[in-house]
Design a protein around this ligand. Structure first.
Ligand code: LLP
Length: 422
């Protein structure tokens, strides 16, 4: 459920009229709903025992105001860089509720995380164990460690966002897990606290989770037999969201929570979850304005003022986002088939092909739904286009939580070396 709905013929975000907002802030612009973020967090958290750490995956939406909204509800953070760690701490998330994931943590990032005193490092390779050990020893600290185990299950999601099969760069292969734990136990400065997995993103069935949790339970038994103290199981993120109104809804967080809770009870471990998309995706939209309606030789193009630099998902993953007009069309309004595109000079700057929509005109404002996760965070300034600003709504109030950079501000980021100076 989200808080974007038509009211008296206009699309609203909570109590904010989005057409008025588009006039005030300009387009393109991301808009997030506090009530939706809060609701999703609560529904998710309630599916797990109170002791579970719900570490919001900052990569899904790293806006400080979004993080602060979640921090106030008790969320921890799953970070994958020194930058994300800084953001989580700046949002008021206690370091003791931060987990550090990712295959390429640098020693500088490890140092920052150890100094902050994070909850745990999810280590993804043997050389990373060596590096973390070295850094921890140099600081006279002990690093709490889990090893990300690749359970080799098929998450049945888009190939570009699956991570749990043997072919990906993520995690330690199942067959090497016990040896990796033996290495971690031997190295100074490391303290083994549990196990970790993450099998992919936008997973819409429970079965892959069930299989992976089963594999993890087997591994916990083996590792304990080897003498390791396994007190935590980090199950990663990955639960999918409905991008298409017409699709079957993905599994209910409660059903997913029940599976995880069963594992926790049977194995006697504390749970850590790293949801990203499930919390943020349906809590955000991208507003864009129609610049032109162009009649091509074979197609009709809706050319928007948002481009692939603002919302990359369709270009990168052929992702589907619902597109709705901000002014509600009459039920019998004429409809047309459009290719919905951006202004970027790339053939792949296309949001939707042959999409049936109510007829639209230049100047009309549309909303891309389900754009709150992996939207603004993946934006770039390609074509010297400043990425869309971000707005957070709460009830009838709204606030620009990341402004649009001016063309001049973008220009000033570049520097001229001495030999080119006039
Ligand atoms: N934990 C780890 C270790 C991850 O790699 C990810 C996502 C998450 C948690 C959060 O997963 P979620 O709950 O959001 O599914 N840019 C892509 C998605 C990339 C996901 C990367 N890892 C997209 O737009 O679909």
């Amino acid at each position: 459920m989200n808080h974007f709905a038509y009211r008296d013929g206009r699309l609203f975000a909570e109590d904010v009229d989005l057409l008025a907002l588009a006039e005030g802030v300009g387009t393109p612009a991301y808009v997030y709903s506090s009530a939706t973020l809060e609701r999703h967090y609560r529904v998710f958290a309630e599916a797990f025992p109170r002791s579970a750490l719900i570490a919001f995956s900052v990569k899904a939406n790293g806006n400080l105001a979004v993080l602060k909204t979640l921090a106030r509800l008790g969320a921890g953070a799953d970070v994958v860089s020194g930058g994300e760690l800084k953001k989580a701490l700046a949002a008021g998330i206690s370091a003791s509720r931060v987990v550090f994931s990712g295959v390429g943590k640098t020693k500088a990032e490890m140092r920052a995380a150890l100094e902050a005193g994070i909850h745990q490092f999810n280590v993804e390779s043997e050389p990373e164990l060596d590096a973390l050990s070295e850094v921890a020893v140099s600081l006279g600290k002990s690093a709490p460690v889990t090893i990300r185990i690749n359970p080799d299950v098929d998450a049945k999601t888009h190939a570009k966002i699956t991570t749990g099969t043997a072919e990906t760069k993520f995690g330690i292969p199942w067959e090497r897990a016990r040896a990796a734990y033996a290495l971690a136990a031997k190295l100074p400065g490391l303290s083994i606290v549990g196990v970790d997995m993450h099998i992919g993103s936008q997973i819409t069935e429970l079965l892959p989770f069930e299989q992976a949790f089963g594999r993890l339970a087997e591994m916990i038994t083996l590792l304990r037999a080897d003498g390791h103290a396994i007190a935590r199981a980090d199950l990663g993120g990955g639960l999918g969201v409905p991008y298409r109104a017409s699709n079957e809804p993905p599994p209910d967080p409660a059903a997913y929570g029940a599976l995880a809770t069963k594992l926790a009870k049977e194995q006697g471990v504390d749970l850590i979850l790293e949801p990203g998309r499930l919390i943020a995706a349906n809590a955000g939209i991208l507003l864009a304005r129609v610049t032109y309606v162009k009649e091509g030789a074979a197609k009709k193009f809706l050319i928007l003022d948002a481009g692939m630099n603002d919302l990359m998902r369709p270009a990168l993953y052929d992702a589907y986002h619902e597109i709705v007009p901000v002014s509600e069309p009459a039920p019998d309004a004429p409809r047309a088939h459009y290719d919905v595109v951006g202004p970027v000079c790339e053939t792949t700057d296309i949001f939707a092909s042959d999409r049936e929509l109510p007829c639209l005109n230049s100047g009309d404002v549309v909303a891309f739904m389900t754009a709150g996760a992996y939207g603004a965070v993946m934006a770039s300034a390609y074509n010297a286009r400043p990425p869309a600003p971000e707005v957070l709504v709460k009830g009838a109030a709204w606030s620009i939580v990341r402004p649009r950079l001016s063309d001049d501000a973008l220009l000033e980021l570049d520097r001229i070396p001495d030999w080119l100076a006039d």
